[in-house]
Design a protein around this ligand. Structure first.
Ligand code: ADP
Length: 187
């Protein structure tokens, strides 16, 4: 099984991604986590990504695309995977499909956690494990980028009949149940 999970900052993507991967026994790939770890370790990737990640801007497509190609080319991906934080732009979504086509794999299912903007903002500003990019200014920017760059991808997955939209504004248990029901119906 191959899945991508889409949602604004604070939509619960990371939480659901972890729950789903445990339940479905698939690999979790979180681009935000990979960038944050690379920045902490000051690797080449980390140095390149740092100025963008810290300000809530998107890391340029070529960097994100190369990262995912490398990661999905590794052997541990054969049992299936879920991408958290990728794709974030139409170009990234297309590149992912090209990559999978080349290796003869099917397109992933997309899960969208639909959540009102005021809830996104409130959750990011009030979370316990707050990050540097969780300040009001950067959260607003991340929401704006989500609306401008990531929302258009939903049409792309919907057109390919591969989109499961769930209500992100409810308990994480309920969200998980809705996602699992959506995936099972559509499988
Ligand atoms: P959130 O969804 O809460 O904004 P993430 O952990 O998914 O948080 O991402 C954190 C940051 O990492 C983003 O603001 C961006 O700078 C960078 N990032 C993660 N994934 C991508 C991607 N696919 N393309 C570009 N930038 C990315």
């Amino acid at each position: 099984m191959k899945l991508v999970i889409l949602g604004g900052p604070g939509s619960g993507k990371g939480t659901q991604a972890a729950l789903l991967c445990r339940r479905l026994d698939i690999l979790l790939v979180s681009t935000g986590e990979i960038f944050r770890r690379a920045i902490a370790a000051q690797t080449e990737l980390g140095k390149k990504a740092q100025p963008y990640v810290e300000k809530g801007e998107l890391v340029p497509d070529p960097i994100a695309i190369e990262l995912i190609r490398d990661r999905l080319g590794q052997a541990d991906t054969s049992r299936g995977w879920l991408l958290d934080g990728y794709p974030r732009t139409a170009f990234q979504a297309e590149e992912l499909d090209f990559f999978l086509e080349r290796t003869g794999e099917r397109r992933p299912w997309a899960i969208y956690l639909e959540t009102p903007e005021d809830v996104l903002l409130e959750r990011c500003l009030n979370r316990r494990d707050k990050r540097l990019d969780d300040s009001p200014e950067f959260v607003r920017r991340r929401i704006q980028l989500f609306n401008e760059r990531t929302i258009p991808i939903l049409d792309y997955y919907d057109y390919c009949h591969q989109l499961v939209t769930v209500n992100g504004n409810q308990s994480s248990d309920m969200v998980l149940q809705e996602i699992l029901a959506g995936i099972m119906v559509n499988k």
